[in-house]
Design a protein around this ligand. Structure first.
Ligand code: ZN
Length: 238
C-alpha cells in the first residue's frame, strides 16, 4: 500500500488542495498528517476540515498545541506568536477540539509517525543534524520514524547515510528518520510544496515537489492582517 505523508500545512489552503489533488490522481490509498495544520497561514478552518476528511492518521504539531493547549509562547518568534493568537480566534469550536485531542505519536507496524522527535514529542525538539538523529534512533521500534517540524526534507540512516534525493529504497537492517518536508511553508530554499510518499511493498520513499498558487496564499495572509513577512517567505521558500 502507498501512503502519502504530509506535514506542516500551516493553514495554507492552496498548497494543501494542490497536494490532495495530486495524491487523489495518483490513486494513493492512505494519507497521514504529521501536524502543524494551523499557524502562519490564513485558512486554518478550511485546512483542518480537509485534514479531518482525508487523513486516516493525524498527530499534533507544536502550532496545533500552542493554539489549543494554552501553552506558553515563549519559544515562538513574534510572527509565529501573532499567527497563533490570530488562529485561536478564527478556529471553530469543533476544529479547536479536534486539534486539542490529537495524539502526539502514532506507531503502525514498522513505522512511527510524530511531529518532532520520537522520545519526548511534547518537548518539540528538532532533528536537524546527524547528531540529533543519532540520539533518536533508539527511541522508536520498527524501521522508520517519519517527522516534520523543521520543514527541511531529508533522511538520516543508521548506516550514516544522509539522503536528499528524490527517491530511495529502505535497506533491510537500517533504521531511518525521514523528514517529509512542509506542504504549506517550505524552508529549504525551494518554494514548491513538499511531502512524502511511502510504498510499503517496495520499501521505497520519495519526496514530491509541486508548484501551487503561492501568490494567492500570500495575498490571503496580507488580507487577514497577518504579518507580511509570512507572505513574503512563501515566495522564496525560506
Ligand atoms: Zn511547522
Amino acid at each position: 500500500m502507498r501512503k502519502a505523508i504530509i506535514s506542516d500545512i500551516h493553514a495554507n489552503l492552496e498548497a494543501l488542495e494542490t497536494a490532495l489533488e495530486w495524491i487523489k490522481k495518483e490513486g494513493i490509498e492512505q494519507i497521514i498528517c504529521l501536524g502543524d495544520i494551523v499557524g502562519y497561514g490564513a485558512n486554518p478552518n478550511e485546512c483542518v476540515d480537509l485534514i479531518r476528511e482525508y487523513c486516516t492518521v493525524v498527530v499534533k504539531g507544536n502550532h496545533d498545541s500552542a493554539t489549543t493547549d494554552g501553552e506558553d509562547l515563549y519559544n515562538f518568534n513574534p510572527y509565529a506568536k501573532k499567527a497563533v493568537l490570530w488562529t485561536k480566534e478564527q478556529l471553530s469550536k469543533r476544529n479547536y477540539e479536534y486539534l486539542y485531542y490529537l495524539p502526539l505519536k502514532v506507531e503502525i507496524g514498522d513505522y512511527t509517525f510524530v511531529h518532532s522527535t520520537p522520545k519526548k514529542p511534547e518537548r518539540w525538539n528538532y532533528i536537524i543534524t546527524e547528531y540529533d538523529a543519532t540520539l533518536s534512533f533508539s527511541n522508536f521500534e520498527g524501521q522508520a520514524c517519519l517527522v516534520g517540524h523543521s520543514h527541511l526534507p531529508g533522511c538520516y540512516g543508521t548506516d550514516e547515510s544522509f539522503i536528499l534525493a528524490q527517491e530511495f529504497t529502505l535497506t533491510k537492517g537500517v533504521k531511518y528518520i525521514i523528514n517529509v518536508g512542509s506542504v504549506g511553508q517550505p524552508r529549504d530554499g525551494d518554494p514548491r510544496l513538499c511531502f512524502g510518499v511511502l510504498d510499503e511493498e517496495k520499501r521505497e520513499f520519495a519526496w514530491i515537489r509541486l508548484e501551487y498558487d503561492k501568490e494567492k496564499s500570500g495575498q490571503r495572509i496580507i488580507e487577514s492582517g497577518l504579518p507580511a513577512y509570512l507572505s513574503d517567505r512563501l515566495k522564496v521558500g525560506r
